[in-house]
Design a protein around this ligand. Sequence first.
Ligand SMILES: [Zn+2]
Length: 259
Amino acid sequence: VFAWRAYPPAAGASDGAYLTAPSLSRRGVRVAFTTRHGGVSREPFTSLNLSYISGDDPAWVRANRARALGVLGLGLSAWTSGRQVHGSHVVRVGPSERGAGADSPADTIPGADALWTQDPGIALAVLTADCVPLVLADPDRMLLGVVHVGWRGLVGGVVERALADIGTGGSMVALAGPSIGPCCYEVGEDVAGPARERFGEEVLRGRNLDLWAGVAGALRAGGARQVHFAALCTRCEPARFYSHRRGDAARQGVVACLR
Ligand SMILES: [Zn+2]
């Protein structure tokens, strides 16, 4: 399902590639999971940092966001994101929310870890650096959602709530992008306990939490049948991804839209 595509060359920007889903693209749903490559930011944000609250120069973040949205065929004004709080609040986005959070973190949609829309030309965005950027796309019904899933949101039911709001009929496809893998996600009992209670022992591997197995379980429970994981660990690959656990303040993420 996943395929890498290169950004077109741009003055001042580094070379880079994004992870997309050509089969969805052909059906009118454009998706780009970003990495740290392809942008204009300098160390320690090198180079495609999408976060205003990272301490990076906002002008560079704007340029990076425009570059990511360019591959969807959209401009910065289409960027629409929520204030991510590791909650399970799901917000339906229409034309009046288009552009929320595009130019400044001040006007992001409050408390929204999951966004969905039926309107073309709105670029839904989620920022991550170890958490799972999740896309829920139904090309038959032209419905699209994006979800920010960390352990807290997962245990809180954000995945099932997003599926319930969007609906799982038709041709729902779930895509889970680069995020911390079971190889690296060591947790304490404060995290392991609630995860075990919610999903059972199979989401734990020794001292590590298997966030991907948890997301897969939540997607199954929510009724999603076509589920695909990039299975790329952000903590394992510092050359390619930002990682919160490794100390990065910068963020990659996913941008997606209906055409
Ligand atoms: Zn890893």
